[in-house]
Design a protein around this ligand. Structure first.
Ligand code: AMP
Ligand code: MG
Length: 401
């Protein structure tokens, strides 16, 4: 299998179909950030009855000309009032109280003077003033929130007002994360020889999975031993939806992961993409389970996780989420050196609502340089067909915040 054009690898991701979506009901206040798996339709009118929007007196509008009205009763919010407003009378009514029968208008307290058991009208109001009509907020049968919506605070509020205690949502896929490499040290592990390096990949991936809607299962680091890798992968994938590995997918002597994937009977969707950083990326599938093999270098595994893992996670929630791409203007030239799709760390600034890009302080070197992604960084996107860019050129960038 030759290396794929980057766009073709993205098409493969696009065309992935999950056969059996996992959905479950979650308690409303635990659904923030989940994707709704049902339409939310109003099953009543809000408000169901004409309701007062201010504190004041419920009146018949035509009685305004009388200038003086008798107060017949008082109508606090939450009480079911039997009394009716009759000619020449008013009922004291509060914000959120149902409008009493017979009344069509609310005159606010600010517009009247109370004189014993009467009000004197100082300033009139138009017909229907401060009365919330039936269905003002929503009407019975209105589709208020569509399936596929990422639940935000307003959705939670609207569902609460509909008494939806446990909406149906797509479950977040569980993503097992495993870094391979005999040189790797986990957080806190004591170094015993100078060839060891501190692993960052599995921790970055855990953070990415959390940020972009998956449930991470952190498996840490394991050495480049074929049997250990095989056992670990088998075990990990049996209890997760996605297994993402880093390291061990290039052509080095100890790069076993790719063999192991085939041994487990996974169908390889692609292996190797003309993309920088990355290149040695493998995606394999069996039923609704996926193994994504990412390269070992920290910058490479981070960028390729954003490109491939993030949309894959969203697939499990029937969504085609991608890292947001926007237009920006180059403040510095960009030399295109590789005939590959490239994702280059750049600084972004915003001036008059426009994004600008420069490369101040960005080191050139290998894909080990993770620190290039610190700060206010985006990824400049160029395709394998692009040539070098000049100052002022409009380019695409991926936003990481
Ligand atoms: P590999 O893809 O396994 O050949 O690894 C490529 C490079 O990335 C090597 O220099 C590794 O030491 C480094 N590397 C591999 N795994 C990690 C990791 N988990 N964290 C940081 N660097 C890594
Ligand atoms: Mg390795």
């Amino acid at each position: 299998m030759g290396f794929l054009h980057f766009d073709d690898s993205m098409d493969i991701i696009d065309n992935i179909e999950i056969k059996n979506y996992k959905k479950s009901k979650r308690y409303l206040t635990d659904t923030m950030g989940y994707i709704l798996a049902q339409d939310i339709t109003a099953d009543y009118n809000s408000p169901e009855y004409p309701t007062s929007a201010m504190d004041g007196y419920a009146i018949k509008h035509k009685d305004l000309e009388l200038k003086r009205l008798k107060i017949s009763s008082i109508n606090p919010a939450g009480s079911e009032l039997k009394d009716e407003v009759v000619d020449g009378y008013c009922i004291k009514t509060f914000t959120g109280s149902l409008m009493p029968k017979g009344a069509d208008t609310l005159i606010p307290i600010e517009n009247v003077t109370v004189d014993g058991d009467e009000i004197i009208i100082n300033e009139g109001v138009p017909y229907g003033f401060s009365v919330r009509e039936v269905g003002e907020n929503f009407a019975k049968g209105d589709k208020l929130i569509k399936e596929g919506t990422r639940i935000n605070f307003t959705d939670i509020g609207v569902m609460a007002s509909l008494n939806i205690v446990s909406p149906l949502v797509y479950e977040k896929p569980s993503v097992a994360i495993l870094s391979t490499g005999s040189e790797l040290l986990e957080l806190g592990e004591i170094q015993t020889n100078s060839a060891q390096i501190r692993s960052s990949n599995n921790y970055i991936l855990e953070a990415i999975v959390k940020k972009y809607g998956g449930n991470p299962i952190q498996l840490g680091c394991i050495g480049d031993d074929k049997q250990t890798i095989l056992d670990m992968i088998k075990d990990a994938i049996s209890s997760s939806d996605i297994l993402v590995t880093t390291g061990g997918v290039s052509v080095g002597d100890f790069d076993f992961v790719k063999d192991v994937i085939v041994e487990l009977g996974y169908e390889v969707l692609f292996k190797g993409v003309r993309v920088k950083p990355g290149q040695h990326i493998m995606l394999a599938k069996k039923d609704d389970k996926f193994i994504l093999g990412l390269p070992g270098f920290a910058y490479s595994s981070t960028v390729t996780a954003l490109l491939y893992l993030v949309p894959l996670i969203s697939k499990f929630q029937k969504s085609d989420f991608r890292i947001e791409k926007v237009k920006a203007t180059l403040k510095e030239p960009f030399a295109k050196r590789h005939k590959k799709a490239e994702f280059t760390a750049c600084n972004i600034s915003i001036l008059d609502g426009e994004y600008f890009v420069d490369f101040d302080g960005k080191k050139s070197g290998t894909s080990a340089i993770l620190t290039n992604m610190l700060g206010s960084t985006a990824l400049l996107v160029t395709s394998e067909d692009d040539s070098s860019k000049e100052v002022g050129d409009r380019v695409d960038i991926l936003l990481l915040d």
